[in-house]
Design a protein around this ligand. Structure first.
Ligand SMILES: [Mg+2]
Length: 374
């Protein structure tokens, strides 16, 4: 089944809430958020859809780089290739855009990988899990993301999470280490029983991270995510020896090779897996399976993908049996997106639509046109 067409749709999706991490704004209500949808068409007419959600505040990829990478580098080698040979597709993409220290342009590659899984699932009339010889679960629990430096606002959001049956809270820190602990304490007091994950997005130096970890131990936080710079595996290993709080790595782990280095250096207790940073479902599956075999815990996350990327992520997280609430928070921030029919997201859960094959999302073409940008 040959790939005959690859369409790229750069989009600006409207946001209902601003979203800021320690690196800066990831999207806001005035400007919206950059997303790229892609459609791959096979020779029998079957279509598969995938999504990229780049943010220059999180990594080096941008809406412009995703579009030019796919249009100028991937299309020329992927058109005419067998859509069912995803392994070969990755080899071709990885030879067109080589790695630096880790995988090159994973967010662009993720859209292609996801679209091919969707296409194969539709062609075979199977869900993503069934392509991997297992049955899909009905739903997955979400954590509620809080990203503000304002304590009042954070407390209000924690109340909202409790009232709306979320099972966990993911609190962004890494701004100012003293104020961060006050923020954690205030939110923890509102929701003492929820799974509690704090994410510094590389915001601390080692000495500050050690101080913060002592505070987090007292407050009873469940996991401390990416306190130090992505390339500082030895720093994370040292922090691990100095705290009882489990340390999770997110921006440090993009590939199975990165994960194996982290395991060798004893740099983490937990690996954060994400569709976009790992170049798609193939990368998440491999990293997730290795982490589980190495007795690490797994956390599921996203980069505020819309419903399409969120649903693809829910399938792989269910496959990996991740039982802590996952941080798939796009619809919390987005006012709207181009998925028409798809999962139901309510009560802090994603309920997958089992009547649809592949990822299980139908695209609303009018909305795709409405949000398209040049
Ligand atoms: Mg993170």
């Amino acid at each position: 089944m040959k790939i005959v067409k690859i369409d790229v749709f750069p989009l600006n999706l409207p946001m209902k809430q601003n979203f800021t991490i320690s690196g800066g704004s990831v999207g806001d209500r005035q400007k919206g958020a950059p997303h790229v949808y892609i459609k791959i068409t096979a020779e029998d007419g079957t279509e598969g859809w995938g999504e990229s959600r780049p943010s220059n505040r999180w990594s080096y990829e941008t809406i412009e780089s995703v579009v030019t990478t796919i249009n100028h580098y991937f299309k020329q080698v992927l058109l005419g290739q067998n859509a069912e040979d995803i392994k070969n597709i990755h080899k071709l993409m990885n030879s067109e855009i080589k790695n630096g220290l880790t995988i090159g342009q994973p967010i662009a590659k993720a859209a292609i990988d996801t679209a091919l899984h969707d296409l194969i699932g539709k062609q075979m009339r199977k869900s993503i899990e069934e392509l991997w010889f297992t049955k899909p679960k009905d739903s997955i629990n979400l954590s509620y993301l809080i990203s503000t430096r304002n304590i009042e606002e954070a407390v209000q959001k924690a109340r909202y999470a409790l009232e709306n049956n979320y099972q966990g809270i993911d609190l962004k820190i890494g701004f100012d280490f003293k104020k961060d602990l006050e923020l954690v304490e205030a939110v923890k007091a509102i929701a003492p029983k929820l799974f509690f994950r704090v994410d510094a997005n590389q915001g601390y130096t080692l000495s500050k991270a050690i101080t913060v970890s002592k505070g987090l131990e007292k407050l009873g936080v469940d996991v401390f995510e990416q306190p130090l710079k992505a390339n500082d595996l030895l720093g994370h290993a040292e922090l691990r020896r100095k705290t009882s709080i489990p340390i999770a790595l997110d921006e440090s782990i993009w590939t199975a090779g990165d994960l194996i280095q982290a395991i060798r250096l004893e740099a983490c207790d937990t690996a954060v897996v994400k569709l976009t940073k790992m170049g798609g479902l193939t990368g998440v599956k491999m990293c997730g399976e290795i982490a589980k075999e190495a007795n690490l815990d797994l956390l599921g996350g996203g980069l505020t993908e819309s419903t399409l990327g969120l649903t693809a992520s829910a399938h792989i997280f269910n496959y990996l049996e991740i039982n802590t609430p996952v941080d798939l928070n796009g619809p919390m921030f987005l006012e709207d997106d181009p998925v028409g029919e798809g999962p139901t997201i309510k009560d802090g859960k994603v309920f997958l639509n089992k009547d649809l094959h592949g990822i299980g999302c139908l695209i609303d073409h009018q909305k795709l046109e409405k949000y398209k940008v040049e």
